[in-house]
Design a protein around this ligand. Structure first.
Ligand code: HEM
Length: 408
């Protein structure tokens, strides 16, 4: 890890996920790599390979067991956390199933959680989400300005997922802090990742113990009463699943809502068009997901893999750059343009294959509600200070501050 902070000379052999210009606009780098070196390599941040073409990513998600999901974070854990994870995995199995599981155990774990996120189950939280969005807008509408990321986008997903998990939505700010601790700041500061992982696990360990004593009809009680391969799911694993469900839907969804608001604040023509043609919301949301897909995932190489010019060895990390794949001109016409009424849009923002996002119905519902209500109540808005916009990058890319102004 000795090159962090040094300028990149060649993105094909030395990419830097945290390079500020790349975080702000990765499209030129993706284009260069797709054309010149579709599976790039770096020794930065623990070292990894990175695939940027749509077809390659499609193939790689199917390369199981050579490419394993046992480690899906784009930056490896610190040596201490790694030891802890290995010891826990030996005793209890996969850390956060299903995302860290491989076949054959992946499927039964995924089946445990899918019923909580069907379109019907998700619609059950639409009213809550609508009320929440109205309350958030009530707080800002008379001011004529706000931070569309911090005051709005960021506030929604933690409260919705808390409600689904049967935990107190009023603690939304804690859940945001924990998620950022693990997934955002924890990427480059390993001590934060360990600290917040511990906080989340302790929180759910306590809740699991309570629900065990006093079961209800909530997600945790349902998981505690479930079996996988004829065995009750152990409490350590229930804590791991809850941890996953809490963090997987927070900065991902808020990044998508935020990126969309940032786009419309800076592109008046698209904003006016969506405000005057609400029938475009479904295709516009898919286009926002394609264009600003926030999530990149990793795989751990378990067996030697030759892929094009890349020779991957056991122990290597491979990044599946779903956001880059979504800009592949081989698959998408006018790939680097936002087309609000794009009809064919087979984007991979939610991943593909067996690990495809379990929360995609929920994420789409939250985006739909958040954007419709914003547009209903604040149809005219623009960036008030474009230089103050800031983005987070790495595993999840999205705007963290979007100062906007609007007529009162
Ligand atoms: C716009 C928002 C979201 C995006 C872009 C997104 C993206 C992704 C991606 C790319 C994967 C694939 C992982 C892989 O291949 O290794 C994934 C998996 C997953 N996501 Fe999401 N996600 C979003 C929201 C949510 C929400 C709201 C939840 C709800 C809790 C959620 C829960 C999960 C779970 C449980 C998995 C693991 C599925 C499996 O391993 O089979 N996600 N997500």
């Amino acid at each position: 890890m000795d090159r962090e902070g040094k300028p990149v000379e060649d993105w094909a052999t030395d990419y830097d996920l945290f390079d500020p210009e790349y975080v702000e606009d990765p499209k030129p780098v993706w284009k260069d790599l797709r054309e010149r070196c579709p599976v790039a390599h770096t020794t930065r941040w623990g070292g990894s390979w990175m695939a940027t073409r749509y077809e390659d990513v499609q193939q790689m998600v199917r390369m199981v067991p050579e490419l394993s999901s046992r480690s899906v974070t784009v930056i490896p854990p610190s040596p201490e956390l790694r030891e802890e994870l290995i010891a826990e995995a030996k005793e209890y199995g996969s850390e956060n199933p299903p995302i860290t599981s491989d076949p054959p155990l992946h499927k039964p774990y995924k089946q445990l959680i899918l019923p909580f996120f069907t379109p019907k189950a998700t619609e059950g939280y639409r009213q809550f989400t609508e009320d929440l969005c109205h309350q958030l807008i009530d707080r800002i509408i008379d001011k004529g300005e706000c931070d569309a990321a911090a005051d709005y986008a960021q506030q929604i997903p933690p409260r919705v997922i808390a409600t689904i998990l049967g935990i107190d939505p009023a603690r939304g700010d804690d859940f945001t802090e924990w998620t950022q601790g693990v997934l955002e700041f924890g990427q480059t500061q390993p001590e934060l990742r360990s600290k917040y992982r511990r906080i989340i696990r302790e929180f759910f360990t306590e809740l699991v113990a309570q629900r065990k004593k006093d079961p209800g009809d909530d997600v945790i009680s349902t998981l505690l009463a479930s079996e996988v391969e004829g065995e009750p799911v152990n409490e350590h694993t229930v804590v791991g699943i809850c941890n996953l469900l809490l963090v997987a839907g927070i900065d991902t969804t808020w990044s998508s809502i935020g990126a969309a608001l940032w786009h419309f604040a800076g592109h008046a023509e698209d904003r006016r068009r969506l405000a005057s043609e609400p029938a475009l919301f479904p295709t516009a949301i898919e286009e926002m997901l394609r264009f600003y897909g926030p999530v990149m995932m990793a795989r751990k190489v378990l067996e030697p893999v030759e892929f094009g010019d890349a020779s991957m060895c056991p122990g290597d990390k491979l990044l599946l750059n779903f956001p880059a794949a979504n800009h592949d001109p081989e698959v998408f016409d006018r790939a680097d343009e936002v087309v609000l009424d794009r009809e064919q849009n087979r984007h991979v923002a939610f991943g593909i294959g067996i690990h495809r996002c379990a929360g995609s119905n929920l994420a789409r519902m939250e985006m739909d509600v958040a954007l419709r209500i914003w547009f209903e109540r604040i149809p005219e808005f623009e960036l008030s200070d474009p230089d103050a916009v800031s983005w987070a990058g790495g595993q999840v890319r999205g705007p963290r501050s979007i100062p906007v102004r609007f007529p009162t």
